[in-house]
Design a protein around this ligand. Structure first.
Ligand SMILES: Cc1ncc(COP(=O)(O)O)c(C=O)c1O
Length: 357
């Protein structure tokens, strides 16, 4: 990476207001046992589960920009949606409370999990988020964005009538819309790419691939634009957790284009560079099967690393399968980003025990 390029990007990023939420840089470690057992490329992990905000995760980085934007726009309330055990919603609620904003969470029952104050929901309750639970017929899929936005806008109108100043933001802080008119979540992951490049600069330290769980798309979009802008040849591999490639790729692409436009950088990204594997969604979003339970056990036993049951477990299943299929060369170095979500493990405890006993 050429030093001056990262400085130009950092200077552009600094124009966007940010609050401090995450302990950065997050560490990078080698997964030696797993790499040895699989006998393929060297595998490393970036610990974005250790960002420090309410059990950590990729959303802490995004919220540094999003909360700052809400504060700049004079908001006193922040409204978003996601699934019942959403990591995004918990992170948003904790970040909002820390900065004096009132969080309203609309939680959709997208998977077969009964409402219970467990996992992220317990933490949502403890942080005093205002929770509205909604049924949805679309089980095992992400919530339709247009429907969710129009519902949130109605809630925002009611809040305005009560004299409040709401800020509406989409699931995962990824797609623009509501009150977030810039792709701030992706901006945060472009910044993370600069951090990764700095951590891995030096002889023989570069990674050939980065593997992540891709849900609402901003993590992938930010890393992809970041890698391109920095002139790196690192391939960014998104493992889909909810939507099939044909539906999801245009969403990632839209965020990529918005990010390029926002930063006014000369980067071109071809559709073929948006690498997505959707076969690891298996039975659907948030469906915990034996494979998920087993990969959580494997990685915990070999590395002492705790994966979550909805995102990072599926990404790890994908990574291991790609190694087995010979997708990587043995000289490759693969960075797996642990994007957090571990509190949800406890909400799925019965299922996990049932599957592994
Ligand atoms: C733990 C975890 N990993 C990965 C993701 C995916 O990130 P993104 O929504 O930016 O695609 C999410 C959220 O969707 C998440 O909660």
């Amino acid at each position: 990476m050429k030093k001056y390029i990262s400085e130009v990007i950092e200077e552009k990023l600094a124009r966007f207001p940010q609050v401090k939420l995450a302990s950065l840089p997050t560490p990078i470690a080698k997964l030696e046992n797993l790499s040895q057992e699989l006998g393929g490329p060297e595998i490393l992990v970036k610990r974005d589960d250790l960002t420090g905000l309410a059990f950590g995760g990729n959303k802490s980085r995004k919220l540094e920009f999003i909360i700052a934007d809400a504060l700049k726009k004079g908001a006193d309330t922040i409204i978003t949606w996601a699934s019942l055990q959403s990591n995004w919603c918990l992170q948003l609620a904790a970040a909002a409370r820390k900065h004096g904003l009132r969080p309203i969470l609309v939680l959709f029952q997208t998977y077969d999990l009964p409402f219970s104050y467990d996992g992220n929901l317990l933490l949502d309750f403890l942080v005093e988020a205002e929770i509205q639970v909604r049924e949805t017929k679309e089980k095992g899929k992400s919530v339709n964005q247009e429907k969710a936005f129009s519902l949130l806008k109605e809630i925002a109108e009611e809040e305005k009538k009560k004299g409040k100043k709401p800020y509406v933001v989409s699931v995962g802080g990824s797609a623009t819309g509501g009150d977030m008119d810039r792709p701030l979540g992706a901006l945060a992951y472009l910044k993370a790419m600069v951090e990764i490049a700095e951590q891995l600069s030096g002889v023989n330290k570069k990674v050939s691939h980065i593997v992540i769980a891709s849900g609402s798309g901003a993590t992938q979009a930010g890393l992809l634009v970041g890698a391109k802008a920095l002139g790196l040849e690192t391939e960014i591999i998104g493992i889909c957790v909810s939507d099939k490639k044909e539906e999801f790729l245009p969403q990632v692409k839209a965020i990529v284009l918005k990010l390029i436009e926002t930063l006014q950088i000369e980067v071109e990204i071809d559709d073929r560079e948006i690498i997505l594997f959707d076969e690891y969604i298996r039975e659907g979003y948030g469906v915990v099967n034996k494979e998920v339970a087993e990969v959580i056990r494997l990685v915990l036993k070999r590395e002492g690393l705790v994966l979550d049951p909805v995102y990072t477990s599926k990404a790890m299943i994908g990574l291991i399968d790609l190694v087995k299929k010979g997708y990587f060369a043995s000289k490759d170095r693969v960075l797996f980003i642990h994007t957090g979500g571990t509190p949800a493990l406890f909400a799925f405890k019965n299922r996990l025990v049932e599957l592994l006993k």
